[in-house]
Design a protein around this ligand. Structure first.
Ligand SMILES: [Zn+2]
Length: 368
């Protein structure tokens, strides 16, 4: 009986022990389960953290970039802030390369200051070698002796703003470079060069209110190429459309233009005269590559002859030099009768795209 009681006791003890084991196992299981559940969360959190870290890095980079931008903006602002309002910030010249003979007349570039409403638009001129070429206070560059030098224009308003012209003076007996093959470098507009006082852009002679011809430039009439091309044009007008085209006036010397412009200026005032007649030296008629066809004047506009001329002139190398709605660029009102020889290829590109010569060459036409 005693042993039976003893064995019953041991059974309870074992049961208690097993129960305890179960409880411990249970706790362990729950703890483990909890651990497994939390582990991926932790992992995810780490990933999330890394992303956030990355984002933060990117943000920092962007911030740095923005900061740098803001800083440089601020610098620029500070710079312009330190400059009083109305100070010149930029300067351009009508040409940057000059080739002249020793005996040639002075040439003068047109200076454009920005902003155009700056308080002081004047500049000072300096020659790097006055024994080669001198320059006066208005920018007239006068050849002195053979050699090379630089002429610099410096803004009075802002001495940090300047522009340089490369000058080459040749002995009178040495030929000037060929406009078709000359090449220059080291300036903002390497395609513009003045040779013996005449300006060429990419080999094309340009004469307008910005670019004059020397008073002594005189081809003694229409150039042979222009004359031949115009004769072919007139023949085609006759053959193809039965129209009679002829030259009313073509080459005009500097002296003739002095007289002509003065006549108009006396009659209409110089402001009005400037819209249809060129000042001496600024007339394209002096090139010998220009013809006023039939009857110069608005009465010629829209006549069958004017329409045919506009539609066909490019085939023979001519352009309508002062087209409709280009007055602000050419400096002249529409002239249906005034044609200029530029060669077939250039003429076709200009006429097909309805451009004026100033747009094609990217130049201005404004009296200095
Ligand atoms: Zn004309």
């Amino acid at each position: 009986m005693k042993s039976r009681k003893k064995s019953r006791n041991s059974f309870f003890m074992l049961l208690l022990f097993l129960l305890l084991l179960c409880v411990i196992a249970g706790i362990l299981l729950i703890w483990r389960k909890k651990n497994i559940e939390t582990a991926p969360v932790q992992h995810l959190e780490t990933e999330l953290y890394s992303e956030t870290e990355l984002e933060t890095e990117t943000e920092t980079e962007t911030q740095t970039e923005t900061q740098t931008e803001t800083e440089s903006e601020a610098e620029t602002e500070t710079e312009s802030e330190t400059l009083p309002a109305g100070t010149v910030t930029d300067m351009t010249l009508s040409f940057y390369h000059v080739f002249l003979h020793v005996s040639d007349n002075a040439v003068m570039p047109v200076v454009r200051m920005n902003p155009p409403d700056a308080l002081n638009l004047s500049e000072v001129w300096v020659s790097s070698d006055n024994n080669i070429a001198s320059v006066d206070e208005n920018g007239h560059i006068t050849p002195v002796s053979a050699g090379e030098c630089r002429i610099t224009a410096i803004s009075v308003s802002n001495p940090n703003v300047s522009a340089e012209i490369q000058v080459r003076i040749l002995p009178d007996e040495e030929p000037l470079p060929d406009p078709q093959t000359v090449s220059c470098s080291g300036s903002p507009r390497d395609d513009i060069y003045v040779i013996g006082g005449v300006t060429y852009v990419n080999g094309i002679m340009i004469v307008n209110k910005t670019y004059p011809l020397p008073a002594d430039y005189n081809p003694q009439g229409m150039t042979p190429v222009t004359k031949e091309a115009f004769s072919q044009l007139c023949q085609a007008a006759q053959d193809e459309a039965g129209l009679y085209l002829f030259s009313h006036s073509d080459f005009r010397s500097y002296e003739t233009q002095v007289y002509l412009y003065q006549e108009y200026a006396d009659q209409y005032g110089s402001e009005a005269a400037d819209t249809f007649s060129a000042r001496a030296g600024y007339s394209e008629h002096q090139t010998g590559m220009v013809i006023d066809v039939n009857w110069p004047g608005d009465a010629f506009n829209d006549t069958p002859e004017a329409v045919w001329l506009e539609q066909n002139c490019a085939r023979f190398g001519f352009i309508i030099r002062f087209p409709r709605e280009k007055e602000s660029l050419t400096g002249y009102k529409y002239e249906s009768w005034h044609i200029r020889y530029v060669g077939q290829e250039v003429a076709q590109e200009i006429m097909q795209n309805k451009l004026c010569l100033e747009e094609y060459l990217h130049v201005t036409s404004e009296y200095p």
